[in-house]
Design a protein around this ligand. Structure first.
Ligand SMILES: [Ca+2]
Ligand SMILES: [Ca+2]
Length: 412
């Protein structure tokens, strides 16, 4: 979500290039699909939006997801640190408060807009165990001005429709050197393990080289087992993680590295492939297929290009993105998910993604055998900022703006 206007203001890299595919013909025609409000009558509580104080603020819905519990509810989390649930019905009007941990979360600051509550996911057996997992940057202390935290919560024993704020169990805390690049996705993979996306720490250029340093969790995708505990840990490290048993040079939690600030990781519910949108710095936004132990190049490469004084050409140790687009097109990728819903056949199998700054939305089709992008088709060429993307239990896809939740409909 880092906004990268500065490089363009400085004239460092605004070439007249368009998104480039790897090879072959790429269909870039516009899709017969439009963006529509998903729940036009749904109201945010006034205590959250501040209407009652006369100073309206956007709720910044940072995550939307089903719980996989058969209840057909949607859960929406705000960057302020609240989670709300509502009936998955286009005519729904009210949401219920599920959890409020605002006092534990870094207060939202529009000038440093990457901190706060950033991620929510439900345990694959949520219906039985009531467990859900969150990622937030913590309210500052003198000792820890910037801290990322991943925690487990449970629903209340006497009310499974409400999360219990007193149930927090901290799984992982990561010291953050700077306010930006905090990652924030928590998502269960098809293997039942929790994947955690951690940004490179922040500032510019990855000044501490965290992306390439396997001693730190910064600039990584982690994979942990939340159902077991290793000695001295609140979780277990799966035995088939790529760097387990190599404590001298790597943290066992690491699944993939060389990442800058992936803003959203998701797993295709059909093929089980992991997809990430990694936010670029000066010129290039990228889409990555995440593989076990993969090095995604940052800060040696940005997109499909050498980066900085230590930059390198493509080589067998680095995994290139499957797609990139230039900052003439957009400035901060919002990675989405592969569409496996039923309502919009035109989107079937396409990876839906957006740009936070330009508001453009696309669906991209990739041939994993040929390792080629086949199509990158636009749904909307500009609009309001797109913050996040999520699926309901049926695989229908929603995106969030700073206030609204939207979905898709055929144009004819
Ligand atoms: Ca940071
Ligand atoms: Ca990369």
């Amino acid at each position: 979500m880092l906004l990268c206007f500065r490089s363009c203001i400085l004239g460092l890299g605004c070439l007249s290039l368009f998104a480039t595919g790897v090879m072959g013909e790429v269909d870039e025609s516009t899709l017969p699909v439009k963006v529509v409000p998903a729940f036009p009558d749904l109201e945010w509580p006034e205590w959250l939006t501040g209407v009652d104080t006369g100073k309206p603020r956007d709720p910044r819905p940072i995550e939307i997801t089903g719980a996989g519990d058969g209840s057909d509810r949607l859960f929406v989390a705000t960057q302020y640190g609240t989670i709300h649930s509502f009936e998955n019905n286009p005519h729904v009007t009210n949401m219920s408060l599920f959890l409020d941990i605002q006092e534990r979360v870094m207060p939202f600051n529009p000038n440093t807009n990457e901190e706060g509550f950033l991620g929510l996911t439900f345990h694959p057996r949520f219906q039985e165990n009531g467990e859900f997992f969150v990622y937030y940057t913590a309210a500052p202390t003198e000792e820890k001005p910037h801290l990322s935290r991943v925690s487990r919560f449970r629903t209340k024993a006497n009310n499974p429709d409400e999360g219990d704020p007193d149930s927090e169990e901290v799984l992982l805390e990561i010291d953050e050197p700077y306010w930006n690049h905090n990652g924030g996705t928590v998502v269960f993979g098809p293997d039942g393990y929790l994947y955690i996306v951690v940004g490179d720490g922040g500032a510019f250029n990855d000044p501490h080289m965290n992306g390439q340093n396997l001693h730190t969790l910064l600039g990584k995708i982690l994979r942990i087992d939340v159902d077991q505990k290793d000695k001295d840990l609140s979780y277990a490290i799966p035995k088939d993680n790529p760097f387990i048993g190599e404590p001298k040079f790597a943290r066992g939690e690491i699944w993939a590295y060389g990442l800058r600030n992936p803003w959203r990781l998701s797993f295709d519910r059909e093929t089980e492939t992991g997809w990430a949108g990694d936010v670029g710095q000066n010129e290039w936004e990228e889409i990555d297929i995440i593989e076990r132990g993969g090095n995604y190049g940052w800060n040696l490469r940005e997109g499909m290009h050498s980066f900085g004084p230590g930059g390198v050409e493509p080589n067998e140790n680095l995994i290139e993105p499957i797609w990139e687009y230039h900052h003439d097109v957009g400035k901060s990728i919002t990675g989405g998910t592969v569409y496996r819903g039923k309502k919009i056949p035109a989107l079937a199998g396409g990876y839906l993604y957006a740009d936070y700054v330009s508001g453009q939305l696309w669906a991209l089709w990739y041939d994993p055998e040929k390792k080629e992008v086949i199509a990158n088709r636009s749904i909307r060429d500009k609009g309001a900022p797109v913050i996040s993307c999520g699926e309901d239990d049926e695989g229908e896809v929603y995106f969030t703006g700073e206030r609204e939740i939207f979905t898709f409909a055929p144009t004819e």
